[in-house]
Design a protein around this ligand. Structure first.
Ligand SMILES: *Cc1c(COP(=O)(O)O)cnc(C)c1O
Length: 390
């Protein structure tokens, strides 16, 4: 463990690199294993699964523990981190471990689409009911609690529409009723929003995004307090969620540079977002650091910065040419996911059940590490080209 008082960038560099795991190397090596061999039966019978203990491949090797430990250190107040094969599994795993038939779950209307699908299909089939809430509800969440409410999911900012939530108010209201809270913190990472310190019980990340950072690994993490760690970790083993040590290695490698990458994503994205504000083709720019974004005040109050993902609205005639605009871009890849070093674009249509989307005709951008002036030139050329299209 690094000293608790060190800054987050120091923790990123030193976290999880225990000498007993890395020997004389800088990095903890890739330890691939299914079987672990014991000296004798007594040692096998005495073995227990858990962080830092070799038992069976499912429970990880040093490559896994090093990444988990580094992520735990980024969240003051956390007791441990469980790793999952995807970001989505880092949501479904904790939900399956903490909820029982008859329970009710509150989920923001701006939630990541596959999380919504899991709640509406598999959880419903298991007798767990989901109610969606306006992401800007704040302390008004207390009025939505029923006798069977066991859990509140938060995602801040929300997927596609970027509403920033009053995480502290929602978590305080939930804690008063012993309702567990789970935050999807993929956009901010603990560098921009340390969630456990803000009162969140379980904070998850699609490590696929900024932790990996290079669009070449799928991984998720759930970091949590002593009250929930054992239960969530045990459930992940019971479900058979193993994580490849090669993927852990790639994620650890990405983690070391996450602070510098995020600073550059932030600067580039802000430059592009402010430029978009000057264009007649653009309506609202839904970037948490800009005043157009619902919940912008909570971003100002709670966050240490912004990352590279935001959305904007196409206005007037430009809206009719959304697909032509996207197809005309050269430096932006068209595809799912984000958080890698490269820029991406997608037309997005948010799905809502209880609140209106704050904007229509949305385009989502992930701003990568290219020269931002080149990205701006590409966007300008695409606006011009789409405007000429029939
Ligand atoms: C991408 C994403 C996920 C899921 O991550 P995967 O690794 O692709 O499963 C979860 N939450 C948010 C907010 C995401 O953007």
């Amino acid at each position: 463990m690094t000293d608790r008082k060190t800054g987050p960038a120091t923790k990123l560099v030193h976290g999880g690199r225990r000498p007993e795991w890395r020997g004389k190397l800088v990095n903890v090596p890739v330890e691939r294993a299914s079987s672990i061999l014991f000296e004798d039966l007594a040692e096998l019978r005495a073995s227990k699964p858990g962080h830092g203990r070799y038992r069976y491949g499912l429970q990880g090797t040093a490559t896994y523990w090093a990444l988990a430990e580094a992520l735990t250190e980024l969240e003051p107040g956390a007791a441990g981190t469980v790793l999952y094969p995807t970001g989505l599994a880092s949501i479904t795993g904790p939900l399956l471990s903490l909820l029982t038939a008859g329970d009710e779950l509150l989920v923001p209307d701006s939630v990541y689409g596959p999380t919504r699908k899991f709640c509406d299909t598999m959880l419903r089939r298991l007798g767990i009911a989901t109610r969606y809430y306006d992401p800007l509800v704040g302390s008004g969440i207390a009025d939505l609690f029923s006798e069977s409410t066991r859990m509140v999911v938060l995602e801040s900012p929300g997927s596609l529409t970027m509403e920033v939530q009053d995480v502290a108010a929602i978590c305080a209201a939930a804690r008063e009723r012993s309702i567990v809270t789970l935050l999807d913190n993929t956009w901010a990472t603990p560098l921009l929003f340390p969630a456990i310190a803000a009162g969140v019980d379980v904070t998850i990340m699609a490590a696929t995004k900024y932790v990996g950072g290079h669009a070449d690994v799928m991984l998720g993490s759930a970091t949590t307090t002593a009250s929930y760690y054992e239960r969530i970790q045990t459930a992940a083993w019971d479900l058979g969620f193993a994580v490849s040590p090669d993927d852990c290695f790639l994620a650890s490698r990405g983690l070391r540079t996450m602070a510098v990458r995020l600073r550059q994503h932030e600067a580039n994205a802000l430059k592009v977002a402010h430029w978009l504000k000057t264009r007649s083709e653009v309506g609202r720019v839904l970037h948490p650091a800009l005043a157009d974004c619902p919940g912008h005040g909570f971003w100002q109050r709670d966050f240490r910065g912004s990352s590279g993902l935001f959305s904007f609205e196409l206005a007037g005639d430009a809206a009719a040419h959304r697909d032509a605009f996207v197809d005309a871009l050269n430096l932006f890849g068209i595809g799912y996911s984000w958080g890698g070093y490269e820029s991406l674009v997608l037309p997005v249509d948010p799905q809502r059940t209880v609140s209106d989307p704050p904007a229509r005709n949305l385009v989502r951008l992930h701003i990568g590490l290219e020269d931002p002036d080149d990205l701006i030139a590409d966007l300008a050329a695409s606006f011009d080209q789409a405007g000429r299209s029939p």
